[in-house]
Design a protein around this ligand. Structure first.
Ligand SMILES: [Zn+2]
Ligand SMILES: [Zn+2]
Length: 214
């Protein structure tokens, strides 16, 4: 049975939190909870799921701050790419920089690795390491669906001016690891509307075919 997902737009930066569910087993993963952890908890309870994973596409404050609250309410194992651990360790400073309240990271951090498969009910999510927006940025793939965090947006890309960011790296990640997956893949970003890889490959002003040609 195919996975389903429920996008929730939470908080003042309009972060997308995704609740991914295997309907056959009710096993679920939640991707990126920054603000309004209570709403995320409520959505998971309403869906009647067993939360197996708390997955971070990267460790920026607006994607991490609510993870521990969700974990304390619902359980589940927390996963992050190790290259973003320094960001996680500076969660307090990250929040302070933007004037956000203090947040505590989940106590136990499990590592994500490129190519890793995370079994979810009858299916599995695949981890794709896409550094650039942050060193440990990852995307999660299931079939034609791709949760891309702040790596790629509809008509844009994640900023690369924060600590550890690199536009060259981001460009390579998107062109070499995402676009070859195929034009039909649906991309669900950390902010804003969903898109397809085909649309971004053609039209994205930063990494698309016409990028760099004025
Ligand atoms: Zn970010
Ligand atoms: Zn973000």
């Amino acid at each position: 049975m195919p996975l389903t997902h429920r996008p929730l737009r939470l908080g003042l930066l309009e972060n997308n939190t995704y609740l991914i569910v295997c309907p056959a087993t009710r096993e679920a993963a939640i991707v990126d909870v920054g603000f309004d952890a209570e709403a995320a908890i409520e959505a998971a309870r309403e869906a009647g799921v067993h939360l197996r994973y708390l997955l971070n596409t990267h460790a920026h404050y607006d994607h991490v701050a609510g993870m521990r609250t969700v974990q304390e309410a619902l359980g589940g194992d927390y996963y992050l790419h190790p290259a973003d651990r320094p960001l996680l360790e500076h969660l307090f400073e990250q929040g302070a920089m933007f004037g956000f309240p203090q947040a505590t990271a989940p106590a136990v951090v499990h590592d994500l690795a490129h190519g890793q498969r995370l079994p979810l009910g009858e299916e599995a999510l695949e981890v794709i390491h896409t550094p650039g927006h942050s060193p440990g940025g990852v995307c999660f793939r299931w079939g034609e669906w791709l949760w891309v965090g702040d790596t790629l947006f509809a008509g844009s890309v994640g900023r690369t001016d924060l600590p550890g960011g690199s536009f060259e790296q981001l460009e390579r990640s998107i062109r070499e690891r995402l676009f070859p997956l195929g034009d039909d893949l649906l991309a669900f970003p950390g902010h804003g509307p969903s898109t397809t890889l085909g649309r971004e490959r053609r039209d994205n002003p930063f990494v698309g075919e016409g990028a760099g040609r004025a």
